[in-house]
Design a protein around this ligand. Structure first.
Ligand code: ACM
Length: 262
């Protein structure tokens, strides 16, 4: 299976331009699954919920998501992309799984980071696993990484590949995902953005270094910090199915839940 990420620098508020940048970058791509950053169409640093709604997409009526569906159809691939989702007067920091037949799943970020709490409604979708051509993928968004429960519940449902659209500002996630892949024996694709959102309320710089990690915590590739990067590699998702970390230790069956009841 050919999997990868596209790291770039969305321009705040330029939704059409950002979408076109993705379409151009991937128009000749040969891959089965590409992960894109969080809020890849709108940019990140909204000032309040009203502003988020202005730049958010209604998945039922979005020329930009339609363009990405068209791309997935033409290239016969799956995309996981983060975007601001509008539903009536609610908005979510969401990720869409898009395949050749359109949007297959929406995940709404459960753990909102810092000022996101003023700009989005908390996600209300459960962590589920999606099947793409027999491969099981799980989706989480950026700051979900800090809650090890997320990778664990996805892995325990059979996820072989964790797709993580991200807009990371802290520096810990990339390294931490190695541990997530050791303790759950999954693949993880972290697609981060780079560049800076300069807004009236302040300025946020994003850390790039998108990466793919294999079960056991092997770093297959990490991109540069502040540069566009389209990276694709071949993996065998079945490598994630063996949960033995030693001959006598199964990562899930050896849990002693009576000792950690909270
Ligand atoms: C983040 O969750 N965007 C840091």
């Amino acid at each position: 299976m050919k999997v990868g990420f596209y790291q770039f620098r969305p321009i705040f508020g330029k939704t059409d331009q950002n979408c076109q940048k993705i379409v151009n970058a991937l128009e000749n791509v040969d891959a089965d699954l590409i992960v894109l950053p969080e809020l890849a169409l709108s940019g990140y640093y909204f000032k309040d919920k009203q502003e988020t709604l202005k730049y958010a997409e209604d998945p039922e009526n979005s020329s930009r998501l339609d363009a990405l569906c068209n791309l997935a159809y033409k290239r016969n691939l799956h995309l996981v992309i983060g975007f601001a989702e509008k539903q009536n007067d609610h908005c979510y920091n969401s990720a869409a799984l898009i395949g050749p037949n359109g949007i297959e799943h929406l995940y709404r970020k459960v753990h909102l980071f810092n000022e996101e709490k003023f700009c989005f409604d908390p996600g209300d979708t459960p962590f589920v696993v999606n099947d793409i051509n027999g491969v099981k993928i799980g989706i989480m968004i950026c700051f979900d990484w800090v809650f090890p429960e997320v990778t664990r519940v996805l892995a325990m449902q059979g996820a072989q590949i964790i797709c993580q659209p991200s807009n990371l500002v802290l520096t810990f996630c990339q390294q931490t995902m190695l541990a997530r892949c050791i303790e759950n024996r999954v693949f993880a694709i972290t697609a981060n953005r780079y560049g800076t959102d300069k807004r009236p309320q302040g300025s946020l710089k994003f850390t790039g270094k998108s990466q793919i990690v294999a079960p056991g915590g092997t770093l297959l590739h990490r991109a540069a910090s502040q540069r566009d990067a389209l990276y694709i590699t071949e993996i065998n998702p079945d490598d994630a199915d063996n949960k033995m970390i030693t001959e006598h230790n199964h990562l899930f069956n050896d849990r002693r839940r009576e000792f950690y009841p909270l």
